[in-house]
Design a protein around this ligand. Structure first.
Ligand SMILES: [Ca+2]
Ligand SMILES: [Ca+2]
Length: 208
């Protein structure tokens, strides 16, 4: 008796060309959707990261400026413009401690805005040959958030055309405003504005 092997038939006989085409098409659709979702997640993560970096830097720089101004002698603040005028540079001397019953004042220090570079600098002995200069940030916006260079107070804070860093002195208090701006990886602007008012702790004439 001769046995012959027959090819199985029915659903278990494997994929047909049509089924294979459908499967490939479905896989392609799933892959496209997954890639799109991944791109959206990456984009959101990038924007979030940029925002966090700018916010952290704005708060850190504001704190650095605040600490410096708190240690300054009110009488040494130059200039000392009051609202609606503001200034973007501040020169001062800080209290270094007591020696022989006398307050010892440090050399003049300056916090200044380099508008072209969008940078805030701290420096000591401004104008001297051996001046130290340290960059605190390079993300300063040309003007405070919401402000335009038009001779008007666009953002309603009582100041006219204030820059991305501004100081306003009111008796012993100094209000510091700062707007940082950067772009995320998609080219969208990321802006953070912070503000604080600190009081100069030291009143009185510095040592000449
Ligand atoms: Ca304003
Ligand atoms: Ca304006």
């Amino acid at each position: 008796m001769r046995c012959t092997r027959q090819r199985p038939s029915g659903p278990s006989s494997g994929f047909t060309a049509l089924e294979m085409s459908l499967a490939i098409a479905l896989l392609a659709i799933v892959a496209v959707k997954a890639f799109g979702a991944l791109q959206r997640v990456n984009s959101a993560t990038g924007a979030s990261t940029s925002w966090v970096v700018v916010e952290d830097q704005a708060r850190r720089v504001l704190q650095q400026i605040g600490y410096a101004v708190m240690g300054a002698n009110r009488e040494t603040l130059v200039p000392d413009s009051e609202a609606p005028l503001s200034m973007e540079d501040l020169t001062f001397q800080v209290n270094l401690g007591i020696q022989d019953g006398e307050v010892v004042w440090g050399d003049p220090e300056q916090i200044s805005l380099d508008e072209l570079r969008g940078a805030v600098f701290w420096s000591d002995t401004p104008g001297a040959a051996q001046q130290r200069r340290i960059v605190w940030t390079k993300l300063v916006a040309p003007f405070l958030e919401g402000e335009l260079p038009n001779g008007m107070d666009d953002n309603g804070n009582g100041l006219i055309d204030e820059k991305g860093l501004s100081f306003v002195v009111d008796r012993n208090a100094v209000t510091i405003r700062l707007t940082l701006i950067d772009t995320d990886k998609d080219g969208n602007a990321v802006t953070q504005t912070v503000q604080t008012t600190v009081t100069c702790r030291n009143i009185g004439e510095p040592t000449p």
